[in-house]
Design a binder for this molecule. Structure first.
Ligand SMILES: NC(=O)c1ccc[n+]([C@@H]2O[C@H](COP(=O)([O-])OP(=O)(O)OC[C@H]3O[C@@H](n4cnc5c(N)ncnc54)[C@H](OP(=O)(O)O)[C@@H]3O)[C@@H](O)[C@H]2O)c1
Length: 271
């Protein structure tokens, strides 16, 4: 089912996107890798070539809608319309709202949410004409329940999850499938790319095993093969989300209670 398909992956230079690209290539897909770092993209493409896979790299800044449209035209001309789109590009430091400038808030929203929106906007008309395709958006369990100290990050993941659900409703009966992936904590370079975030993971998450990007990539492959609507991994996180569906107040209270707290500001007295 994946073999021979043209799969476009954003954020393919690192972490989940890079692992997804390799996993798709192992399944026989032809992969199109998008990100800003040419060197890292070339390395991923080289690893794919070394196992006999086919990969093409396109350097693009996904904060720029015009650049997305231009690279879309280039890819469509050179390779055709992708069969599968995987939106994995994402960034955003975990900060309280008063630690976040208005510009940083917009940046948090731009990649992943607007980047995914614009990638889909670019390729969807041709996918609709073909009446087939699959779109996978990588959000976070933070689009189910939330924790303190990551306001703009979480809002952006809710935007991406909302976009994914709305898209699925739009595309019902079109032949195009939509999958929302919500992983727990993944040991990826995300934490180095967004310093000061890891220490804000709620303590409750310590009970849940951390994933490696390759596990997330396997879940993406399975999700596409089985046309899954939503994937939550690992299993204990799925269980937690199930409990959240039944007892939303309790799970949200636990996550908030075990979440990051700032030391009281010097000179400020509690009244
Ligand atoms: N890691 C986790 O624990 C975890 C858990 C749940 C959900 N997620 C979500 O999964 C997504 C991917 O995370 P990850 O762990 O793979 O992070 P990562 O290792 O930091 O990878 C992020 C990718 O996004 C690309 N990117 C960022 N800004 C870009 C821009 N302006 N234009 C083009 N590409 C851009 C980066 O490439 P360049 O820098 O080369 O452009 C990189 O390839 C994120 O949205 C994250 O929130 C991660």
């Amino acid at each position: 089912m994946i073999s021979g398909k043209l799969v476009l992956i954003t954020g393919a230079s690192s972490g989940i996107g890079a692992a997804a690209a390799k996993a798709m290539a192992k399944e026989g897909a032809r992969v199109v890798l998008l990100a800003r770092s040419e060197k890292a993209l070339a390395q991923v493409a080289g690893e794919i070539a070394s196992i006999g896979g086919m990969a093409w790299t396109y350097r693009v800044d996904l904060t720029d809608p015009k650049a997305i449209a231009a690279v879309g035209t280039q890819i469509s001309r050179q390779l055709g319309t992708p069969d599968i789109l995987i939106n994995s590009a994402g960034a955003g430091k975990w900060r309280f709202i008063d630690e976040t400038s208005p510009i940083e808030a917009v940046e948090c929203m731009t990649v992943p949410y607007f980047a995914a929106f614009n990638i889909v906007h670019t390729f969807l008309p041709a996918m609709l004409r073909r009446k087939s395709g699959h779109i996978v958006n990588i959000s976070s369990v933070g689009s189910k329940f939330v924790w303190p100290g990551a306001t703009a990050y979480l809002a952006a993941r809710w935007a991406l999850a909302g976009f994914t659900e709305a898209l699925r409703a739009d595309l019902a009966g079109s032949g195009i499938h939509v999958t929302l992936l919500e992983p727990g904590v993944v040991k990826s370079p995300y934490w180095e790319h967004n310093p000061g975030s890891r220490e804000r993971i709620p303590k409750l998450a310590k009970l849940i095993p951390e994933l490696i990007p390759e596990e997330v990539a396997r879940a993406i492959v399975r999700g596409v093969e089985r046309n899954r609507r939503i994937i939550v991994i690992p299993f204990i996180m799925r269980l937690t989300c199930g409990l959240h569906a039944v007892f939303p107040g309790l799970i949200q209270w636990l996550v908030t209670k075990t979440g990051y707290r700032r030391p009281p500001l010097a000179g400020l007295r509690r009244h």
